[in-house]
Ligand binder design. Sequence first.
Ligand code: PEP
Length: 255
Amino acid sequence: MNKQLRKAVIAGNWKMNKTPAEAKELIEGIKPLVKNADCDVVVCVPYVDLSVVLEATKGTNIGVGAENCHWENSGAFTGEISAPMLTSMGVQYVIIGHSERRTYFGETDQTVNKRIRAALNAGLNVILCVGESLEQREQGITAELVAMQTKIALCGVTKEELKKMIIAYEPIWAIGTGKTATAQQANEVCAVIRSVIADLYGKDAADAFTIQYGGSMNAKNAAELLAQPDVDGGLIGGASLKPADFAEIVKAASK
Ligand code: PEP
């Protein structure tokens, strides 16, 4: 597999942090530090921050994403936001299936699939999150579980649509915990995901497909993780809220 075929993508996930005023300050801090990046840079932000971050990133190399979207275009779904609502604002990316949504908000592999199809239909780029709990890792079912999450999520997604997707391997036990997967663990599971993509869509699609690692990636450990042959980028939570740390990760991915 040739890593050079793939685009490195570093995406921040701001989660439920930052008011619009704070978001403006944060993005203004990030902008100058990543302007020479030799990888794709994305920030996924709370819905209420989208306007201010879209405005602040106009004409820059930073893409903007949301952290979820509903599977219907409109209707009686109080509190939800649809994919066409996001694209109408100029949003380009959306995270789907983050483990925090799976754990706290009843997200299932089936609803993940519905959201992905809606997002792709609207023209969004999707960052799909998959990953195992500590218990599942200890049971030795990580590879099977991640393969199944990936297959269900991609049900009905065409080879052409796959070009607008990224998968982030995010072991749940590593998210926000300060415990990072070893570079070898991260690479092993990213390789499993790539082999699922190869089975479903062919080797050419798998070779060109961007797979991120996420889970306590930071300025110190990013270079080693990103040097792995099947790790093409990172989905970054905590460190994406610190401009200098986020920029260091972007720098590591630009090598
Ligand atoms: C995430 O939220 O996707 C994530 C990886 O968080 P953290 O980097 O804080 O572990």
